[in-house]
Design a protein around this ligand. Structure first.
Ligand SMILES: [Zn+2]
Length: 457
């Protein structure tokens, strides 16, 4: 049908004439023409092609519409396949590789597609929003018809996801096509000789998986200072394959780290509300409610010291926080989930923020060059969210973050205060958690035993 709509009229007439001619030839070669065939001859005055075309137009349209898109060459009625094929609209298929600094508008204009088409496409299909972020090197596949109208646009975001936009009578319609990779559970085990990174490499783990593994245990283990030769680790994670080819690492489902003889275990849990995290086999979060330091710093320039004497005046001038030296502009994160209590400026503090975490805890961030957008009293923040940037505003001699940690209104040393764990698995989800985590931990244990058996032989 699609092809018919674009049939130029002259082609139809020629085709109709051809049918009539063929019919005549067929009938003429038949020894015993049947009466119907004779009728056809008389109704198609082949000597006058234009008259014949006019007569035959309607039946031909019916015949053609009954044909499948790729016309069947064995067609009994003698309709010329060649004619249908050549009269199909000429479409061009173009692949555009996104260049650096490219925009969709630029690419459309390179293909001489009108800005109106782009506008229609973006407003018609909410899915097209994803096209606002296109990356250099990625490919856009266009199908454009002979009138230079866009028929189809395909963009593969990744090997697993693509967006297909097609023109229809109402404008454009988009669909997202997702492929599910095949997942293979994989076990790896390693032993530390010098660093976690090298041991991870020796155990066939890629850099990002090693990093993700370290992040799970970051709250309990400092992978620079705490690790010792002979520490061991194991993990159960997903490897993803597409058409038999390895495409990447999925989730780490369970992991152990034995540090100086003490074993830490963590299992991933995807909660009913869609959140996910790592928990001990009993359901306690392995994460702390607070980051130890709320930024990436170069060094501690002044420690917590409640009995410090002022260097010049020789009187008590307690240092109630830690000074972390870092370049101006270094992002400062919320140490924990909470609410902004103050985001303001004073002569001494410069730009500063106070966060309230539940009833008990407060954290303070001083001398910021700038407070992040949206950080105003009452705003909710989550752990790790950027709230401001390191600076030297207020009484500060160089760029640093002065960070304070208060428990029930009392200043504590942020470097040593014991940090509460993040929320455990909710009571209401405990049976679901146990049902999911137990098989993973059992698998980790049995793999470990197999590994040790093999090592002994
Ligand atoms: Zn300070």
């Amino acid at each position: 049908m699609e092809a018919l709509r674009h049939f130029p009229r002259t082609h139809l007439i020629l085709a109709a004439t051809l049918v009539a001619t063929l019919a005549v030839v067929l009938i003429a070669s038949a020894r015993h023409p049947d009466p119907n065939a004779t009728l056809l001859i008389t109704s198609a005055p082949v000597l006058d092609p234009f008259a014949g075309a006019a007569l035959e137009l309607k039946p031909l349209a019916e015949l053609t519409s009954a044909l499948p898109d790729e016309a069947d060459s064995g067609s009994e009625i003698g309709l010329s396949v060649q004619d249908i094929e050549t009269s199909k609209p000429q479409v061009r298929k173009v692949t555009e590789t996104v260049r650096s600094g490219d925009s969709l508008a630029r690419i459309f204009s390179r293909q001489s597609l009108s800005p109106r088409t782009l506008h229609e496409l973006m407003t018609n299909t909410p899915e097209a929003k994803r096209l606002k972020r296109i990356y250099p090197g990625h490919e856009l596949h266009f199908v454009i018809d002979e009138d230079n109208q866009l028929q189809q646009l395909t963009y593969a975001f990744s090997r697993l996801e693509k967006l297909v936009i097609e023109a229809n009578a109402d404008g454009f319609k988009a669909k997202e096509i997702k492929r599910e990779p095949e997942t293979v559970l994989t076990f790896r085990k390693g032993e530390i000789r010098s660093s976690l990174f090298l041991a991870g490499q020796a155990a066939d783990l890629d850099q990002s998986t090693i990093l993700r593994f370290a992040q799970i245990f970051q709250w309990d283990i400092d992978f620079i200072r705490d690790i010792r030769t002979g520490d061991t680790f194991s993990l159960l994670y997903e490897e993803q394959y597409l058409d038999g080819e390895f495409i990447g690492v999925g989730r780490i489902l369970a992991a152990t780290f034995t540090n100086r003889g003490r074993e830490h275990r963590a299992v991933r849990y995807d909660a009913e509300d869609g959140s996910s995290g790592y928990f001990t086999p009993e359901g306690r979060s392995v994460r702390r409610a607070f980051l130890r330091a709320p930024l990436e710093f170069t060094r501690v320039s002044s420690r917590f010291n409640p009995r410090r004497l002022h260097p010049i005046h020789n009187r008590a001038a307690p240092h109630r926080g830690i000074d972390y030296a870092a370049p101006t502009g270094t992002p400062v994160w919320a140490a924990g989930d909470g609410r902004v209590r103050t985001a303001s400026r004073t002569e001494a503090n410069g730009n500063y923020i106070v966060l309230q975490h539940g009833e008990q805890f407060q954290t303070k961030y001083l001398h910021l060059s700038r407070i992040a957008r949206g950080i105003r009293p009452g705003a909710q923040v989550s752990q790790g969210q950027v709230i401001g940037y390191v600076g030297a505003t207020g009484w500060a001699t160089g760029p640093h973050l002065h960070y304070e940690f208060l428990v029930n209104g009392v200043h504590r040393d942020p470097a040593t205060v014991s940090l509460p764990n993040a929320d455990p698995v909710a009571d209401s989800e405990m049976s679901r958690f146990l049902a999911r985590s137990a098989p993973l931990l059992a698998m980790l244990d049995s793999e470990e035993q197999l590994y040790q058996l093999a090592a002994r032989q």
